[in-house]
Design a protein around this ligand. Structure first.
Ligand code: UD1
Length: 416
């Protein structure tokens, strides 16, 4: 199993390009299930989660062809609307095939995802929404069996804001008969990216980016070409790494447009940030100031940046309180950060982080994707060597991270 060896103490300096967003790419790949014509996606990140999704779509009959700078997905041969437990257990986002399969094939059999490291993560809202659209759904032997000769538009109000839930229902509604209204919809930029692509495919969607999305179903969708938005979480992670190491970096092929709360917090921490149209420059002070935060659905502070901010607060001046409101068990990185010398106290969904002068390298274990990112940031500032085990989590969501960090001057290498 690969590990990452980091020799701490380098300031990050220089320029690096940000990849396409994983969380936009995954639903966009599933959009190929909605049409018998090819969908061409550009700026697709090369990640293990993307390979897993392509494998899953391939099993269903979608033909995938790489083309200059992108991927062409042809759903013309879709004939097997099944997502097995083997697939879904490795990647929960596989649930995103449920809505499109049901809408296009009239049936779907998709494994129920189990719990995961950061919480129970049920999919009841996806199921309830599809039932409201007339689907007959049973859960047997760990599988969701869904049937509907044609889904019917409905008014759906989700109990909580759910990103993949909104995306699943929006895709299903695109081919339903009549109008669907999703209330309490997720406003995440990735939902908007998906809606834009669906509109290019002929869908009639308005309100994406607000908490009420209206979808007027059409009989069929056509092919389209769509370029995937930049990864705002990868962008935020590199900004945090530069901030923690007292660095000076410029990130290209990205935008500050979806990162207001993250950029505000980094400025509160003392960073100097200049945003350009397609780039962001950050210059860090000698020592950061502690910044408290509370995670919540977009446009508030993203839960996917919580772990990285815990790492920067670990070495900042002062005390920060971090409150996690989305997932019930998303502080697993705290214990690993403490192995490097961080002073963190967990009280329910709050973490109190008292900044220390320095961290010391040690062997630590990555527990999930963003936890891995926080350990890298801590490893970059720690004195001596940090060895991060189980970095397969990292490969799910960060494209060539050791290459990008090395380009910025970090001493990082992958060891077998
Ligand atoms: C997506 C992101 C993930 C991010 C999360 C929150 C993708 C592929 N993943 O995950 O990176 O951390 O949003 O921003 O886009 N819930 C239910 N029932 C449901 C659905 C959700 O109880 O049917 C709960 C979840 O357990 C969680 C909360 O709602 O507590 C939000 O989850 P959700 O927005 O659905 O997360 P994902 O879409 O899985």
């Amino acid at each position: 199993m690969d590990k990452l060896l980091i020799e701490g103490g380098c300031r990050l300096n220089g320029e690096v390009a940000i990849s396409g967003a994983k969380n936009a790419a995954l639903p966009l790949l599933c959009a190929s299930l909605l049409s018998a014509e090819p969908l061409c996606l550009e700026n697709v990140p090369q990640l293990n989660d993307i390979s897993t999704m392509l494998h899953l779509l391939g099993d269903m009959g979608v033909a995938v062809k790489p083309e200059a700078g992108g991927l062409v997905l042809d759903g013309g041969g879709l004939d097997n609307p099944v997502a097995s437990y083997e697939m879904v257990k490795t990647m929960r986002a596989s649930i995103l095939v449920l809505g499109p399969l049901l809408a296009r094939c009239g049936e779907a059999k998709v494994s129920l995802p189990g719990g995961c490291a950061i919480g129970a993560r049920p999919v009841d809202q996806h199921i309830k929404g599809l039932q409201a659209m007339g689907a007959e759904i049973t859960v047997e032997h760990g599988y969701i069996h869904a049937k509907a000769s044609r889904l019917k538009g409905a008014r759906i109000c989700t109990d909580m804001v759910t990103v993949t839930g909104t995306e699943n229902l929006m895709m299903a509604a695109a081919l339903a008969e009549g109008e669907t209204v999703i209330e309490n919809a997720a406003r995440e930029p990735e939902v908007v990216d998906l809606a834009n692509c669906l509109v290019s495919m002929g869908a009639r969607i308005s309100g994406a980016g607000t908490d009420v999305i209206r979808i007027r179903g059409v009989e069929r969708l056509n092919g389209a070409t769509h370029s995937i938005m930049p990864d705002r979480i990868e962008t935020g992670t590199f900004l945090c790494a530069a901030a923690a190491t007292g660095g000076d970096i410029r990130l290209t092929k990205t935008s500050s447009a979806y990162l207001d709360t993250v950029i505000d917090k980094l400025m509160d921490a003392g960073c100097d940030i200049v945003t350009e149209r397609d780039a962001i420059r950050l210059k860090a002070p000698e020592r950061l100031k502690a910044v408290s935060l509370r995670t919540a659905p977009y446009p508030a502070f993203p839960t996917d940046m919580q772990a990285q901010f815990m790492a920067i607060n670990a070495v900042a001046e002062g005390v920060a309180t971090i409150r996690e409101t989305i997932f019930e068990n998303r502080f697993m990185h705290a214990v690993e950060l403490m192995r490097l010398g961080a002073d963190i106290q967990i009280e329910g969904s709050n973490a109190i982080v008292r900044g220390v002068d320095h961290l010391e390298g040690a062997t630590v274990m990555a527990t999930d994707l963003r936890a891995s990112a926080s350990l890298i940031i801590a490893g970059l500032v720690a004195q001596g060597e940090t060895l991060i085990d189980r970095i397969y989590h990292l490969d799910r969501g960060y494209e060539r991270i050791e290459y990008k960090l090395s380009k910025l001057g970090a001493r990082v290498k992958r060891v077998k």
